[in-house]
Design a protein around this ligand. Structure first.
Ligand code: GLC
Ligand code: CA
Length: 549
């Protein structure tokens, strides 16, 4: 496999609004990120993905961009960005920018022009149809995908919020303008992009109604938007005219079909890797928060294996547990009362998979979900919409809030807990989103004082992945699940030449007896201290990483 600089990297995601506020207006900013680069460097991070910080009305917290080449004043200035980039590069940390090109903000100049008249030169830059609701599709954040605009008696298409009109990728001028913008950022020396919602850029069947699937009388827009045939042409054009001209790293946010993995992320793929969702979306039916579903470890393991196996020695993956769109992993997979060993085990269970591991801010100290007492305290548009839909389906306020507790995107968006001062050191002013008062002991300050903390365990995992002895294996070794029918243990081998590492994770609070036949050469990691290792007696929540024969 051709070696790339990011093959042995460990990445970290920052949600800038909630990371660190340095001018005390209650909102995190770019200088806050710059200030914490040393912390990230110390942890062993060498790639940093930052969620959008471009000019935006913030209807979806920056995923609604009104100017791609400006920094939003709440985050700082372009000079702040350049300083951050320079310091990061000095520390060997490459910065990844969030590329949001399925849609713009409705306040972007292009859209302002497009809505002026049917013959405006930018009319075709967005998707317009005559009349009020040309089809019955539901947008991602609720309501119709169509927003009526009186001025021209027609409606524009928005897969996400109405403040996020979809760009018309069929239009060559649109594509060329986007590609120019991409190269403009790359010429600044960034390390690459996380590519937002890229699986939905091509639309089809816009004239059809789909089958109604909920009380709102609408239908999921998926069949008309997700991975539509022909999207490959846009993606290969983008790769050719932009990404492939630079030595960078790109991650698509896309739940690629297994059979398309090579096409998307192979050696000549459109991207270097993808964030997939097969294991993270098991907890709801079709993304309806009011239709929770239970799943067991077997199903979870199967979902992960389904993404890992097609990675032959040419393709790559991004592996992750949390981001700004999903709940906190400890709450979701283990429960808030689970012990520290369990949190470490959960980390180890994904960290040694094949691909580049991503850590979301606060995951390294074990931050948990948040529970605000009223829906008005929520900022996330998905939470508000899903709450309303649950009420519409007949649930009570309490039940509807319960769904929000499990799934809200604010679970990972409330302010980062740095230290034991007011607002956890995030800001001296009231933050834009209320802090979590339920777990005051979870702070970076406390974690740094305790050698047995989750934070130090993450640090150990990172060092192991990067160690001279094992970095080739963890980068290029194949993945092989063992004990795939075991309902308590998630175990896999990584194999490279004549080297083998076994990763065993006990997801239960019980001792599990196994019948494995490996000779252990060396214990590389063990989340339980002073334990006499026996690979056939796995302690409650134990996690072992072993060099075996
Ligand atoms: C992606 C982002 C999410 C955002 C959406 C629309 O899924 O991760 O936060 O709301 O795209 O841009
Ligand atoms: Ca600020």
């Amino acid at each position: 496999m051709k070696k790339r600089w990011w093959h042995n990297s460990v990445a970290y995601q920052v949600y800038p609004k909630s990371f660190l506020d340095t001018n005390n207006d209650g909102i995190g900013d770019l200088r806050g990120i710059t200030e914490k680069l040393d912390y990230l460097h110390e942890l062993g991070i060498d790639v940093l993905w930052i969620s959008p910080f471009f000019k935006s009305p913030m209807k979806d917290n920056g995923y609604d961009i009104s100017d791609y080449k400006e920094i939003d004043p709440i985050f700082g200035t372009m000079r702040d960005f350049d300083e951050m980039l320079e310091k990061a590069n000095q520390l060997g940390i490459r910065i990844l920018v969030d590329l949001v090109v399925n849609h713009t903000s409705d306040e972007h100049d292009w859209f302002e022009e497009s809505r002026q008249s049917k013959d405006n030169p930018k009319r075709d830059w967005y998707i317009w149809k005559d009349g009020k609701q040309p089809n019955n599709w539901r947008s991602c954040f609720g309501g119709s995908v169509w927003e009526y605009d009186e001025k021209t008696d027609s409606s524009y298409f928005h897969y996400f919020h109405k403040g996020q009109p979809c760009l018309n990728w069929e239009n060559k001028e649109v594509r060329d303008t986007i590609f120019e913008m991409i190269n403009w950022w790359l010429d600044k020396g960034i390390g690459g992009f996380r590519v937002d919602a890229i699986e939905v850029i091509k639309k089809t069947r816009l004239d059809e109604n789909f089958e109604v699937d909920a009380a709102d009388g609408l239908a999921s827009a998926y069949p008309g938007c997700r991975l539509v045939k022909g999207i490959e042409l846009f993606l290969s054009e983008m790769a050719e005219k932009t990404f492939n001209q630079y030595d960078i790293m790109t991650i698509a946010e896309a739940d690629i079909r297994i059979e398309d993995q090579e096409l998307w992320t192979g050696p000549n793929g459109f991207f270097d890797m993808a964030f997939q969702f097969k294991s993270s979306k098991l907890d709801t039916e079709l993304g309806f928060w009011h239709r929770p579903r239970t799943f067991d470890l077997l199903e979870y393991k199967e979902a992960i294996a389904s993404e890992q196996y097609p990675l032959n020695d040419q393709t790559w993956a991004a592996v992750w547990l949390e981001n700004h769109d999903v709940p906190r992993s400890i709450t979701k997979y283990l429960g808030n009362d689970s012990p520290l060993e369990a949190h470490k085990m959960l980390g180890a269970s994904y960290f040694f998979l094949r691909g580049t591991p991503f850590i979301y801010q606060g995951q390294e100290i074990g931050m948990r979900n948040i529970r605000y007492s009223s829906i008005v305290q929520y900022d996330d548009i998905a939470s508000i919409d899903q709450y309303d839909r649950a009420i519409e389906e007949g649930y009570t306020n309490e039940q509807a809030l319960g769904f929000v507790y499990n799934r809200s995107r604010d679970n990972t968006r409330y302010p980062m807990q740095w230290d034991n001062s007011k607002n956890y050191g995030f800001s001296k002013t009231d933050p834009w989103l209320e802090i979590n008062t339920e777990f005051p002991e979870i702070t970076v300050e406390n974690a740094l004082k305790d050698q047995s903390s989750l934070l130090y365990f993450y640090k150990d995992m990172i060092s192991l992945r990067k160690s001279e002895e094992f970095k080739e294996l963890f980068s290029y070794g194949t993945f092989e699940m063992i004990l795939d029918k075991d309902p308590s243990i998630f175990a896999y081998l990584r194999i490279y030449d004549d080297k083998k590492v076994l990763v065993i994770n006990n997801f239960t609070d019980r001792l599990v007896l196994l019948n494995l036949d490996y000779k252990v050469n060396k214990v590389l990691l063990n989340n339980i201290e002073n334990d006499d290792i026996n690979i056939n007696e796995i302690r409650p929540y134990q996690s072992l990483v072993l060099d075996v024969e």
